[in-house]
Design a protein around this ligand. Structure first.
Ligand SMILES: *Cc1c(COP(=O)(O)O)cnc(C)c1O
Length: 444
């Protein structure tokens, strides 16, 4: 059965077998009966091709991971080459060219030294939290082991990462398993008082961070933050001055600043890393998602030479005690290197700026729709809230858009468009029509 080609399965076969055998993520499985998943046979550029033969625009880059389209010929070529050389070797006691070259290039791009690898975003968060607390222990301050994060922040769903996440749906059920952490006010610009600018509101929130750290620096290891956009909160955007102030405050109170650029890194916000827009260098940066262009699970945490140096010594336990079987997987590193090549060779950041301006113009009609509030845009992310959304809006909108060839999954009442960078204006024009048609539909 496994050998049979996807395309040979009728959609219904695949769906019923998926329901019977696959436990889908972040899904009430009972709901799949009424709201079946899209059965995908192939991918090509920004398109998913269903087993029904129809094309669907991957409007949210397959959970924000895809940068250069599905089955990108250049990333495919790099992986094919690597497959003939080395598929994997453990990274304890061995090393290989792809991981060395990737580490060198990431260090150059981030201004941070050694790269430690994990398999997905949540493992990068775990690594950064453990590394920060271990640094303070190695420097004689073991009581500095607490963490601060933003309200509505998201840093992954493993037990440590969930402890610094603040999305009630993901967190409440597992609360008894989690370590207590502190959440400070989010600078989400939508929460500004009437007449208050996004910048003034961000500064007010930075004061709250400072007030907390002033009283708790002795027991705080790090402040972890999603720079500029809180993705899972519903693409909440905020003014860069918050990051600049957070950097100052963290330095003043000797608390690490961890930039979780898992979603926003690699050009999503218009610069290679979102922190650049605030002129900030964090103590740790977490990277994943776009890192391999959406090909393979890989994450990396980079940190300063000062942090690295604190782990140096004769005792094993002074070193960083963390590993995953697939740490630094050569195939994943080759995919990541191909992604970095694409950024350089195609001058992607500059090209995206031109594309984004054009797309924003095309999406004007969505912005002007009477149901739309807080239309916002940064880099290659567009989002808006639907002011009169009723319970179940997200899944109804998803189904209505899917019927018209768009794969998009709102977060609550927030609809967002976060496409692979290879998407073209024609597809965005069609998307704008579909979004407006869905908003016009009284049943949605
Ligand atoms: C997706 C995400 C994570 C978790 O990554 P996974 O690969 O899903 O574990 C962490 N932080 C942010 C900001 C994310 O968007």
């Amino acid at each position: 059965m496994i050998g049979a080609h996807d395309d040979n399965f009728k959609s219904m076969d695949l769906l019923s077998r998926s329901r019977a055998a696959v436990w889908h993520p972040c899904t009430q499985m009972k709901q799949l009966e009424a709201d079946p998943p899209l059965a995908v046979a192939r991918g090509e550029g920004p398109w998913l091709i269903g087993v029904d033969g129809r094309m669907y625009l991957d409007a949210i880059s397959s959970w924000w991971v895809n940068l250069f389209g599905h089955c990108n010929p250049r990333i495919n070529a790099a992986l094919t080459d690597q497959l003939g050389r080395l598929e994997h070797v453990m990274l304890a006691g061995a090393t290989h060219a792809p991981v060395v070259e990737l580490s060198e290039r990431l260090a150059q791009l981030t201004g941070l030294g050694h790269a430690f690898y994990g398999s997905d975003g949540a493992s990068a968060t775990e690594i950064a939290l453990k590394m920060s607390a271990h640094y303070w222990r190695n420097t004689g301050k073991p009581e500095k082991n607490g963490f601060v994060s933003l309200q509505n922040g998201y840093h992954g769903e493993t037990v440590g990462a969930l402890s610094v996440t603040d999305i009630p749906l993901f967190k409440a059920t597992y609360e008894p398993l989690l370590r207590p952490t502190v959440q400070v006010p989010t600078p989400d610009a939508r929460l500004a008082e009437p007449g208050e600018s996004a910048e003034a509101y961000a500064l007010r929130c930075a004061d709250a961070l400072e007030a907390h750290l002033a009283g708790h620096a002795d027991t705080t290891a790090a402040f972890i933050v999603e720079p500029l956009v809180q993705g899972a909160a519903g693409m909440a955007m905020y003014h860069p001055v918050y990051l600049a102030r957070a950097r100052e405050v963290c330095t003043r109170y000797q608390v690490h600043l961890i930039a979780d650029e898992i979603a926003v890194g690699f050009g999503r916000t218009g610069t290679l890393f979102a922190c650049e827009q605030a002129g900030v260098r964090p103590d740790f940066i977490c990277l994943s998602k776009g890192l391999t262009g959406g090909y393979l699970p890989l994450s990396a945490v980079l940190t300063t030479d000062a942090v690295y140096a604190a782990f140096w010594g004769d005792e094993t336990a002074r070193g960083f005690l963390h590993s995953h079987s697939y740490t630094g997987n050569p195939l994943a590193c080759r995919a990541a290197l191909a992604v970095l090549d694409l950024f350089e060779q195609d001058r992607v950041i500059a090209a995206n700026r031109v594309k984004a301006d054009a797309f924003t113009g095309i999406l004007d009609k969505v912005c002007a729709h009477p149901r739309v509030r807080h239309f916002r845009h940064l880099g290659m992310i567009w989002a808006f809230d639907v002011h009169d959304a009723k319970p179940g809006f997200a899944s109804r909108f998803h189904r209505a858009a899917l019927a018209q060839g768009v794969f998009i999954r709102p977060i609550g009442a927030t609809v967002y468009f976060m496409p692979p960078y290879v998407v073209e204006a024609d597809a965005v024009r069609d998307l704008a029509e579909v979004l407006c048609a869905c908003l016009d539909d009284p049943a949605v």
